[in-house]
Design a protein around this ligand. Sequence first.
Ligand SMILES: Cc1cc2nc3c(=O)[nH]c(=O)nc-3n(C[C@H](O)[C@H](O)[C@H](O)COP(=O)(O)OP(=O)(O)OC[C@H]3O[C@@H](n4cnc5c(N)ncnc54)[C@H](O)[C@@H]3O)c2cc1C
Length: 428
Amino acid sequence: MSAARPKVVIVGAGFAGLAAAKALHRVPVQVTVVDQHDYHTFTPFLYQVATALLEADAAAFPVRGELRRLGNVSFRLATVTGVDLDAKAVDTDRRRLPYDYLVLAAGGVNAYFGHSEIAGRSLGLNDLPEALQLRNAILARLEAAAWASDPAERARLLSFAVVGGGPTGTEFAGALAELITGTLTRDFPDLDRSEVSITLAEASRHPLSVFPQPLPAAADRALRDKGVRVRSEAMVAEVDQTGLRLKDGTTVPAATVVWAAGVRASHLADGLGLRLGSHERIAVTPTLQVDGHPEVFAVGDFAEIRTPDAGQPLPMLAQVAIQSGRQAAGNIGALLRGETPQPFVYKDLGTMATVGRGFAVADMGPVKLTGQAGFLAWLVVHIARIAGMRNRSLVLTNWVSGYLFRNRPVRLIVGPRETDQAQLQGQR
Ligand SMILES: Cc1cc2nc3c(=O)[nH]c(=O)nc-3n(C[C@H](O)[C@H](O)[C@H](O)COP(=O)(O)OP(=O)(O)OC[C@H]3O[C@@H](n4cnc5c(N)ncnc54)[C@H](O)[C@@H]3O)c2cc1C
């Protein structure tokens, strides 16, 4: 590899960062991908990890394995702490990495809308460690309830609230209801399903309000059929040890609160001195460059991308990330050839969300599916996206056993004993 090749640093090995790295494979540059984890997370499966259907490694794969065949791409495990835009260098907790071109693809984290105390009183579902922590918490609550002799304490331990009826909150709530009804009532002979309360608090009229009607109404019915209490038009004012307090003054008791109400750009965005847009994302030009620094691109969830045709910022979705990562790579190639970078045009391939086993909504342009038809479409799309034979067979085996026998094979509390104790005592 020639040392004279321009250096490209990509921050983040998520959907956008990996797509950019792969697209730079045939461009005469030397690429370094930096991530704080050595794995890539397939986020659509996180709710299945949290509800004991899939092992953690079915929702993640090693970044090095993904990049090893790309001769001009290397990987460094490090947390990026800042960027010196004038010196053209990325600061990490290891050492500085100089660049000629930079692709910022650091993704998103949970957003608490100025209420940072909620982070300590709720559990998130934004990455793999959070999914595992959530699985531990659910199972630990059930174990604690098995010891509880006071009915009020037992009811408290068996109360769950999910805040946010977007795809993450809706998929999780549906799967949690099935974990309890289909599997845990068999594991815990004293457990009666009616003792368990699962509430989904959603600010809009229906969950999945980003989908066109009639899909949100269908998802709402499917959740209620599974025993989820849907509180629509519910604005959460406070989360405390007892559960939720809503803006209308009512309360939702919950020993376990799952926060799925919003996402913002990774906190790295805050310290870069770049213009921020909605959700604290880096504002970019139509060609995905940042103001005043044409050598710096921001993509995926980390960027607020407004396309010339759409006008509105694009949603934080995997396809937006993949396509924008590829476009940034293409524009780096264009700059190297002395050509003009091209504006990003997003191709909407559709969106989908499941509500438990056998039910999904799918919005694919003129085609809108619900129920089993939606679930079939979801299955086909997601089987195709699972990376590698091993992961595919692992996932399929668990899905078949889950579908046919209502089995959730990964019902394991794995974690330090102190954490379990804290969870059992209801201290989040
Ligand atoms: C539970 C869940 C389910 C989802 N389901 C879907 C779905 O079904 N369909 C869909 O289209 N979208 C879905 N999404 C959204 C989708 O995951 C995101 O839009 C997508 O991951 C964005 O890709 P990205 O590359 O921008 O960021 P990410 O995939 O989040 O990758 C960012 C990477 O940057 C790394 N990073 C962050 N900060 C630093 C730092 N300071 N230093 C080093 N590395 C850093 C992270 O470790 C991560 O690997 C879901 C999201 C969640 C949370």
